[in-house]
Design a protein around this ligand. Structure first.
Ligand code: HEM
Length: 431
């Protein structure tokens, strides 16, 4: 199998064939993924842990494997190596998450079906006024900063918007949100050593358990009460209560996926527009819409890169001499598919919201397709329209400079984005 020019594992005495090591800092996720994509339909890589898995980054192969019944997300039933995963594994919070996210077949369909109706296009459209009101409030605060002052847009808009929307939906009390968000950010950091990873996972578990206990004693008009806490706990009649570990995993799946992704979509889209004023002008002229900007950002830099893990239930022959053995883990690189030159032969790494074909797999594919896709698109379109509508002079603090990236192989996005909401030159001098 051809091997990309990524660093190889350090031990030369390793009896297992050499394979590239993914950089846990995620500092060049797209560049790394492009090498993997060129190297074959699947490439055996070393994930932080270390754990070896078949990295799949091509659009057509992702579509094939995410719909192949011989591929499962269920680590309990279908990963013979699960017990050998290292203690304090930095990816364990996602790979071993106890929720429908890691279920297979009929069990997955039933558990997902309990929550999915709450995220239908019609239900999401009903959330628009609340999303708009939150965006209005946050952008108004940005408009109040003194002329020339720098602000991190991620902290000032993208994060509080997406966190407010998902926490309001699930009834997370205001006072717990910041700490919960911090706990989720920390478990997604793939540079953590074993002791730090265990501490971060325990912290997240404690925070979500405390939240669930609070909801049991304070039920409210929210999705946690309506959908997740079962019969005996004041939930909908006739529904089986969800066991606590699954409840905790499901809350992590919903809140973590709900904000950690959309926050990066909004921040990346703002960064691209500030770096490409001609495209911003096209939106202002009405030649292209905010939806085009959002789809192009999803294509170019989807917020989810290597998502652990799936497992081969049987030997899978992908052609080009690559055969995934039964029982082996597979890691899908969703954000790589949007730059696949097979699908986008013309300048796949360039931001061009006017391009006709913006197809991507940023929200996944098949039975696990993102439940929050409509909500994420709504949040991003509202955030962009409100931000650029109200602050027409918004500028990058350091134009052309690439911001530091999130320290994760899973999450793809800028760790911060410094902007100047009211450039000093744009403010009229006092008379
Ligand atoms: C730009 C924003 C988002 C992106 C890029 C994104 C991406 C993804 C991807 C790639 C998957 C597929 C996982 C797989 O097949 O292994 C997924 C699944 C999922 N997403 Fe999202 N997501 C986003 C926003 C959201 C939001 C706002 C929510 C919550 C409301 C959400 C909830 C979920 C859930 C629950 C699943 C698991 C579905 C299942 O396993 O059946 N996501 N997402």
């Amino acid at each position: 199998m051809p091997s990309p020019s990524l660093p190889a594992p350090s031990s030369s005495a390793d009896p297992v064939p050499r394979c590239p090591v993914l950089d846990p800092s995620g500092s060049a996720l797209q560049e790394e993924a492009a090498e993997l994509l060129a190297a074959g339909p699947a490439v055996l890589v070393e994930l932080p842990g270390p754990v070896r898995a078949w990295s799949v980054t091509r659009h057509s192969v992702i579509q094939a494997l995410t719909t192949d019944p011989r591929v499962s997300r269920d680590f309990r039933r279908h990963w013979p190596g699960a017990a050998d995963a290292p203690e304090g594994w930095a990816l364990a919070a996602v790979a071993f998450q106890d929720s429908f996210f890691n279920m297979y077949g009929a069990e997955h369909r039933t558990a997902r079906g309990r929550i999915a109706p709450a995220f239908s296009p019609r239900r999401v459209e009903l959330m628009r006024p609340q999303v708009q009101a939150t965006a209005d409030r946050l952008v108004a605060a940005l408009g109040e900063v003194p002329p020339g002052a720098e602000v991190d847009l991620r902290q000032a808009l993208s994060l509080p918007l997406t966190m407010t929307v998902i926490c309001d939906l699930f009834g997370v009390p205001e006072e717990s949100r910041e700490a919960l968000g911090h706990a989720i950010d920390t478990v997604l950091d793939s540079t953590l050593g074993p002791a730090e990873a265990l501490a971060a996972q325990a912290e997240l578990h404690t925070r979500i358990s405390a939240f669930i206990a609070h909801k049991r004693s304070h039920p409210g008009p929210d999705l946690t009460t309506d959908l997740l806490i079962g019969d005996g706990d004041g939930g909908a009649p006739g529904r089986e209560p969800i066991p606590d570990p699954v409840l905790i995993g499901t809350m992590f799946a919903m809140i973590g996926a709900g904000y950690e992704t959309a926050v990066n979509l909004i921040t990346s889209a703002v960064q691209e527009l500030l770096d490409h004023p001609a495209h911003l002008a096209e939106v202002r002229a009405g030649t292209i819409g905010w939806a085009d900007v959002v789809e192009e950002t999803l294509r170019l830099d989807g917020p989810v890169m290597h998502l652990p893990l799936r497992y081969a239930l049987a030997e899978i022959d992908l052609g080009e001499g690559v055969v995934i053995p039964a029982g082996d883990p597979i890691v899908i690189g969703f954000a790589a598919a949007g730059r696949d030159p097979e699908v986008h032969p013309s300048c796949p790494a360039e931001f061009d919201p006017a391009r006709a074909d913006k197809s991507h797999l940023a929200f996944g594919y098949g039975p696990h397709f993102c439940l929050g896709a409509h909500l994420a698109r709504l949040e991003a379109q509202v955030a962009l329209a409100t931000l650029f509508g109200r602050l027409p002079d918004l500028a990058a603090a350091r134009p052309g400079e690439r911001p530091e990236r999130i320290a994760s192989i899973m999450v793809n996005g800028p760790a911060r984005l410094d902007v100047v909401p009211r450039p000093a030159a744009a403010v009229p001098p006092p008379r």
